[in-house]
Design a protein around this ligand. Sequence first.
Ligand code: FMN
Length: 199
Amino acid sequence: MDEQLEQIHRDLWSELSRGAVDRHHGFHVPTLCTIGADGAPSARSVVLRRVEPEPGELWCHTDWRSAKVAEIRRAPRVAWHFYAPERKLQLRVGADAEFEATGPRADDGWSRSALSSRRAYLAPRAPGSACDGPSPNLPSGVLDRRPTEDETVPARANFGVIVTRVAAIDWLSLASEGHRRARFMRAADGSWSGRWVEP
Ligand SMILES: Cc1cc2nc3c(=O)[nH]c(=O)nc-3n(C[C@H](O)[C@H](O)[C@H](O)COP(=O)(O)O)c2cc1C
């Protein structure tokens, strides 16, 4: 990789890392795409929860009962889409995903989750279940408030982390003086290569 590509690669990982911790960053709520049972793409917003540049990992949290978990188990290839309008920066990321409901990584994700985030995992019914009318799918006692730590204990059983290992990144930077685009690929030994492509 030339020096400019090396720099861009370092910068994009630090932007991703910022996106995980700064809820005002455009990368904080990316789109995660999986492949549905019928082979059709399936896209949804998720919160970017953790970025590990060295192993090349992007993490989010979800309910094991949600459709995306079954989709990942069936077909682990996923795509992420990020756009930070304040930086005019798009990243399209290809990765392999796994879902973990137990173990140190899931426990760590849970322990770092705010009580307000944990509340969603108190949902009595699986996300996506048919219902007779509009439903928040939450116990009525916590509808208008943040649960206590004790109240979130049963929610842990529904929670897990989706850990995705990045294989390829398409970087696009918009600018009035000319857009720039590059592609980065990760080899089996973990090393990265990069090349310029036309925007
Ligand atoms: C701003 C925003 C953030 C969201 N964050 C998450 C998240 O971090 N994890 C999650 O499972 N769903 C999140 N959702 C809900 C998903 O977009 C989706 O509706 C839900 O997970 C069900 O998806 P599935 O049926 O494809 O599994 C978020 C939705 C929005 C609008």
